[in-house]
Design a protein around this ligand. Structure first.
Ligand code: NOJ
Ligand code: CA
Length: 669
């Protein structure tokens, strides 16, 4: 049972109501690392942020243009109060079992000069970041406003290099670029930067509930100045309201190292506490399934001689899962409709293919102690999905299926809507709420970017929204630096269903049988990592549903598979031991008294001398080390590995990673 332990809540330190022209208020985070200045400049609302005495945001501006004409940019008065919050809450699942939630919040109420409209802004200073959120209450003179422009802008102080992907209103499955700030012209978030002095920052949003998602657009005359850009509706509006508007939090995670970005819980903390009373049905787990074989072109989603999700094959996966400690299997292509992909109402979400006896498969799985993960591919047809949603969830619920993967691969209906606009935000959140009613956990593919909502709805387990493993099956694939960038970019938004764990790396074994179905490849693709890197990814790229994606025959009898068999997918503690964004990352995660230390590197091999001083008091440990073979190389010899029993008696540890390689050290008492 989730418990919220709010230790202390001190409110209303003071209240002030001052003519906007003169207003100026500074406040700090609880341990004073972050300092925020909120002030008015000629009636315009502004803010500035310092981190440990260093200017981070020189001058940010705030406000809206509504209904093409009503401006919330010029204010005549301001009223504020300051709140100090100290708390700690327990996660249902996550990278840590508890989260500290300490902040100072300034609540401002501004009255516009012309139409006397009320705009509320909440600013929060945490020791690991800064955030603000707008609220426009229902009020006279403003009926059901539509946002014409969110006028949030900020100017970053200093010289930065940054990691970013191009803003795209329809997909988050992108490569990342590492450039100076000048090239980051229009970017998706999380947008991650590191300044010359080492300070790191990642800009994202939290709690996207009934609003469009944002991208960041650089000012044409100042490469350090960005404006919040909102993904529009088909009719050009940015955000529609019923009178009352609450924006997501505009969030800036800030720390002295790349590690600090990952160890921050800012995005979760900016979301409301869990609203689900009973969470006993929510279980993180490893899973396998009828999936990679379709991406490789060895079987098909659609009915026919090569249909993958048939009774016999499903039972094969269930047997494999049951024998190997894998908790669940996914069955893609279980239902009819794949033959009509791209057409309106292609899927009905309820009819199994004739060669799949769904009830029997569910019975068989239950008898073997394995969960079935259901699948709803919508092809982007949300109108059709919403029509069937209740019935589709009810069928799964009645069968005892508790996890559903959804997918939105294709153009969206209603026609003209973007994947990342408010229309789709409403859809995804509706699905999340309804899934909770039916006690269903979700894994959302082609999602809205995560924004920490799983604190409030912990049945929103994981999401794709990343250029994941599948791209290695049918495209040029993902370079090793990609997965060394993801923890510091996409991973900061929330869990990632990257679907790693591929052991058959060069993919040539079945080259002749493979049917080309997507992308430029017809059987010559490869995964660009070593085998041990694949193990490490399952620890480093956090997801409470963690897929062991390869085919059962590639795992069965493989000594390295032991690493996956007992792998936890929720952790009591997580730390970054060492990292350089895009180059390498070493993490330590604890479940009970067992520690997993895992690392990955980019195209360059490296030797690291790690300090494990946090383990000093607990030594000695016995351990298993999964490492790259001496001659391992992600292109030349990817499947070379070693497994050794080790005993850890000192708090330092040396490890060698092959180019595109990795390691996992499992330490037990
Ligand atoms: C794209 C998803 O990311 C992938 O996991 C899924 O197999 C296909 N769509 C088919 O639904
Ligand atoms: Ca996808």
């Amino acid at each position: 049972m989730l418990k919220y332990l709010y230790a202390l809540l001190l409110c209303f330190l003071y209240l002030s109501d001052i003519k906007a022209q003169n207003y100026h208020k500074e406040f700090s985070s609880p341990e004073k690392h972050l300092r925020v200045k909120f002030f008015m400049k000629e009636g315009k609302a502004r803010y500035a942020v310092e981190y440990d005495g260093k200017k981070m945001i020189d001058e940010g501006s705030l406000g809206f243009i509504l209904n093409q004409k009503d401006s919330l940019l010029d204010f005549e008065s301001v009223k504020t109060n300051l709140i100090v919050h100290e708390g700690i809450w327990n996660t249902v699942w996550g990278q840590t079992s508890t989260v500290n939630d300490n902040y100072t919040e300034l609540r401002a109420e501004l009255i516009s000069r012309k139409k006397k409209l009320l705009l509320k802004i909440r600013f929060r200073a945490y020791d690991d970041g800064f955030a603000f959120r707008y609220e426009i209450p229902t009020q006279k003179g403003l009926s059901k406003p539509t946002v014409t422009s969110e006028e949030s802008r900020f100017t970053l102080n200093g010289n930065y290099s940054c990691w970013w992907s191009w803003a795209d209103y329809n997909t988050l499955e992108k490569n990342y670029y590492h450039t100076s700030i000048d090239s980051a012209v229009h970017v998706a978030t999380p947008f991650t930067l590191q300044r010359d002095d080492g300070v790191c920052m990642s800009i994202h949003e939290a709690a996207i509930i009934d609003y469009s998602t944002m991208t960041l657009r650089q000012d044409t005359s100042d490469s350090h100045r960005y404006k919040v850009n909102l993904v529009p509706w088909a009719d050009g509006s940015l955000v529609k309201t019923n009178g009352h508007l609450i924006s997501p939090w505009r969030a800036f995670i800030i720390g002295h190292s790349p590690a600090a970005l990952i160890e921050s819980n800012l995005i979760l903390n900016l979301n409301e506490p869990n609203v689900l009373k009973d969470v006993s049905w929510i279980r993180p787990m490893t899973y396998s399934g009828i999936w990679w074989e379709m991406h490789l072109g060895l079987s098909t989603w659609k009915q026919g001689p090569k249909h993958g999700a048939n009774t016999k094959n499903a039972k094969r996966y269930i047997d494999f899962a049951s024998a190997n400690g894998i908790k669940a299997i996914l069955m893609e292509g279980w239902n009819t409709g794949w033959e009509n992909w791209g057409q309106k109402d292609a899927f009905d979400f309820v009819t199994p293919c004739p060669d799949l006896d769904l009830k029997e498969v569910v019975r068989y799985a239950r008898a073997k102690g394995v969960e079935i993960i259901g699948h709803h591919e919508t092809g982007g047809d949300t109108e059709s999905y919403e029509k069937h949603l209740k019935e589709a969830f009810k069928i799964y619920h009645d069968l005892g299926i508790r996890v559903v993967k959804t997918g939105y691969a294709g153009s969206v209906t209603p026609a003209g809507e973007y994947h990342h606009g408010q229309c789709m935000v409403r859809h995804y959140n509706k699905v999340m709420r309804m899934a909770a009613e039916y006690h269903i956990m979700l894994d959302v593919h082609e999602p809205i970017v995560l924004s920490g909502l799983s604190r409030t709805y912990p049945n929103l387990m994981t999401a794709e929204g990343v250029r994941g493993m599948e791209w290695n099956a049918w495209s040029q694939g993902n370079p090793p630096s990609h997965t060394c960038t993801l923890p510091f970019t996409r991973g900061l938004a929330g869990p990632m269903d990257y679907t790693a764990g591929i052991f058959d790396i060069d993919l040539s074994a079945h080259a002749k049988e493979r049917v080309k179905w997507n992308g430029p490849d017809s059987g010559t693709t490869a995964v660009h990592s070593t085998l041990v890197n694949q193990l490490a990814l399952m620890i480093i790229l956090y997801s409470p549903l963690q897929m062991a994606a390869d085919l059962p025959e590639n795992y069965t009898g493989h000594p390295a598979f032991n690493c996956i068999k007992s792998l936890p997918t929720t952790w009591d503690e997580s730390k970054v031991l060492d990292a350089k964004i895009g180059e390498y990352i070493i993490m330590a995660r604890r479940s009970g008294t067992t520690w997993y230390i895992a690392g990955i590197t980019n195209e360059s091999g490296r030797e690291l001398n790690l300090s494990l001083d946090f383990l000093k008091q607990q030594l000695p440990f016995k351990g298993t080390l999964y490492a790259d073979g001496k001659d391992a190389h992600y292109e030349l010899n990817p499947e070379s590995y070693t497994i050794n029993q080790v005993s850890l008696t000192s708090d330092t540890f040396n490890i060698k990673l092959a180019p595109g390689g990795g390691f996992v050290l499992k330490l037990e008492k």
